[in-house]
Write a protein that binds this ligand. Structure first.
Ligand code: ADP
Length: 482
């Protein structure tokens, strides 16, 4: 079985969040089941240069006003197709915005072009390549399915939503330039609240819709979490399912992780102390006995970083210490810097995106705080489980599905792996932090919880099998309806 996976990020080549991790980790996990995935990504700066066995397999004299080609090759153990269109993708900033953080004004064009090319590939534009299924990830890839639909292509498709907050909404004035028939500008097409909605168009056209946890699959059917798409999610509820993400357990392995000051396993948890000492040094924290909490996050409202800010004083007063790694919203950055200077030696803050430091935090901190208001799946709690860095999480989305709360019953049965709380507000977080501090004071109970978390299956094994079942069911349906 051959899958064309279409996405705007893929780890380790380009990453702004969990989407990249998933897109990079799924192909090797599917390969175990005999499913071959080829990943199509935009040609961001330097990406084409990393392709081994690079070959041009298709050329466009004019793709949405840009000269473009499709390159085939391998990088980071993945088989890739890359849309080489320097005018659209070879830019100094990030994948979606300029160095100052503003979205590119022509994102509609960049990702329409990308999706048009993906639909061409799926439709047979490359000699000798005919995928069985197209799997599109998030709004940047969603128009692939709309193009296939209006091309009249019969290929089955999966649309995976990694975060419904990002929908690719554009003014209706772009519609004539998309190359779609006039009939596509309809309620059951690409029209969305008077404009054009890329994700909505993909959801409408997909054979099936998945999101990245069962709880989030339910939550997005409500107005609170549906972000305007709850009606559509309810209408398509029979085709909607949640499959929780796994993590790459080779990259995230405390026994082999090169970013740790000291590697360790569930049998040598004491070795984590060396990592904690490295963190104390790096974050300017006093040495101490109380638990060291960490945060690794985009600094946004979704991630509840304002809730964190409002909880810092209480956390410190209760005997905790805090190390935060993150970047994003300037006001939240400022508030965290202020908290760090207010609690010098107890709270440390490193601004920025730093992959190696994120590993050291998981390997040295006692617990990781994830106060998200909503969280489609979340990966940092999975890394936390694997590293014995106990997750303290808001009970929402994938956080609710992957962490077993340390209530009395779970603690005495020895199955607890972390702390959950609700509602997503400072009181809730503070209460969970104090519960964690109480359990941390009982070293045996705490290390039992760490070990229990480290036993959790956070790999792709189960989830890849679910995707394979889904792909198979789509192909079976195709045979029946053909
Ligand atoms: P999202 O994709 O919504 O940001 P996830 O939890 O799904 O949230 O994935 C976030 C990913 O980005 C994880 O791999 C996490 O370790 C990483 N990450 C987030 N912020 C930082 C940071 N400042 N430095 C390093 N890694 C980060």
């Amino acid at each position: 079985m051959k899958i064309l996976s279409v996405a705007s990020e893929v780890f380790p080549l380009v990453k702004t969040g969990g989407l990249a991790d998933v897109v990079g980790a799924l192909p090797p996990a599917l390969a175990v089941h005999g499913v071959h995935a080829t990943t199509f990504v935009p040609g961001y700066p330097g990406l084409a240069a990393q392709l081994k066995k690079r070959k041009e397999v298709h050329a466009y004299p004019d793709l949405f006003g840009a000269r473009a080609s499709i390159l085939h090759g391998e990088a980071a153990g993945l088989e890739l197709l890359v849309l080489n269109a320097p005018k659209l993708f070879d830019r100094k900033g990030g994948p979606y915005g300029d160095p100052a953080g503003a979205d590119y004004a022509d994102n509609w064009r960049r990702f329409a072009a990308f999706s048009r090319a993906a639909a061409d590939i799926a439709g047979g534009a490359l000699k000798g390549y005919a995928p069985d299924i197209v799997h599109a990830h998030d709004w940047q890839a969603a128009m692939t399915l709309a193009y296939l639909r209006y091309d009249g292509a019969a290929i089955p498709s999966v649309m995976t939503v990694h975060n419904l907050a990002f929908q690719g909404q554009f003014p209706v004035s772009i519609f004539p330039q998309l190359g779609l028939p006039a009939s596509a500008l309809a309620l059951d097409g690409v029209e969305y609240y008077g404009g054009v909605g890329y994700l909505k168009a993909g959801l409408q056209a997909a054979s099936v819709i998945t999101t990245v946890s069962p709880t989030y699959a339910q939550e997005i059917r409500t107005p609170e979490f549906g972000m305007g798409l709850d009606g559509m999610m309810n209408a398509r509820a029979g085709d909607l399912q949640g499959i929780v993400n796994g993590i790459d357990t080779d990259i995230w392995n405390p026994e082999t992780d090169p970013h740790l000051a000291r590697k360790y396993s569930a049998r040598s948890l004491k070795a984590r102390r060396a990592n904690k000492a490295a963190l104390e040094e790096r974050f300017g924290l006093d040495r101490g006995e109380g638990p060291l909490f960490c945060v690794i996050s985009r600094l946004t409202w979704q991630k509840g970083m304002d809730i964190l800010v409002d909880t810092v004083d209480g956390l410190v007063a209760a005997g905790g210490r805090l190390a935060v790694l993150g970047s994003g919203d300037a006001a939240l950055e400022g508030a965290l810097l202020a908290a760090a200077s207010r609690h010098r030696g107890r709270v440390g803050f490193v601004v920025g995106y730093n992959e190696p430091l994120s590993h050291l935090l998981q390997g040295g901190a006692d617990a990781i705080l994830i106060p998200s208001r909503f969280e489609p799946c979340g990966l940092t709690q999975l890394y936390g489980l694997r590293y014995g860095c106990v997750p303290v999480v808001a009970r929402t989305g994938g956080l609710a599905d992957t962490v077993i709360d340390a209530n009395e019953a779970a603690l005495s049965a020895g199955v607890a792996t972390g702390f959950q709380y609700q509602p997503a507000a400072p009181d809730g977080l503070y209460h969970a932090v104090t519960r964690a501090i109480v359990v941390h004071a009982r070293p045996d109970a705490w290390s039992a919880m760490q070990r229990q978390g480290m036993k959790s299956d956070v790999s792709w094994t189960k989830s890849a099998a679910r995707y394979v079942d889904l792909y198979r069911s789509l192909l079976a349906k195709k045979v029946v309806t053909a």
